[in-house]
Design a protein around this ligand. Structure first.
Ligand SMILES: [Zn+2]
Ligand SMILES: [Zn+2]
Length: 111
């Protein structure tokens, strides 16, 4: 039984446990039941999304450097060095990678 992988509930992010009476995975926090198959495909989707995001990051980065930056500003997160993109109206946001609050100083220079 200890070989079971740990899954997170897509609804509440709680740890899902295998309910042997139901023969299903069940979230003890929000009572949502999952078929193993559903979880496995959900898991695969997550992996695919992560792969997609990585490609997207690289591509988008180079595109923007080539002048697709109309109204977009790039900032580097002080905390994790991640690239944060905001538009001209964005004064403050938070880093999508580490959640660090980012104040887009210099945004109003020349405006
Ligand atoms: Zn849940
Ligand atoms: Zn960050």
């Amino acid at each position: 039984m200890s070989t079971l992988q740990q899954y997170k509930c897509p609804c509440c992010d709680g740890a899902i446990e295998f309910d042997s009476s139901l023969q299903k995975m069940k979230c003890p926090y929000c009572d949502t039941e999952f078929e193993m198959e559903t979880l496995l495909s959900y898991d695969n989707e997550l992996k695919n999304e992560q792969a997609d995001n990585m490609t997207w990051d690289t591509k988008a980065g180079s595109e923007w450097q080539e002048g697709e930056t109309d109204g977009l500003r790039e900032y580097i997160c002080n905390s994790c060095g991640g690239e944060i993109v905001g538009d001209e109206t964005t004064a403050a946001t938070s880093c999508p990678f580490c959640g660090n609050p980012v104040v887009m100083m210099g945004q109003f220079m020349g405006a």
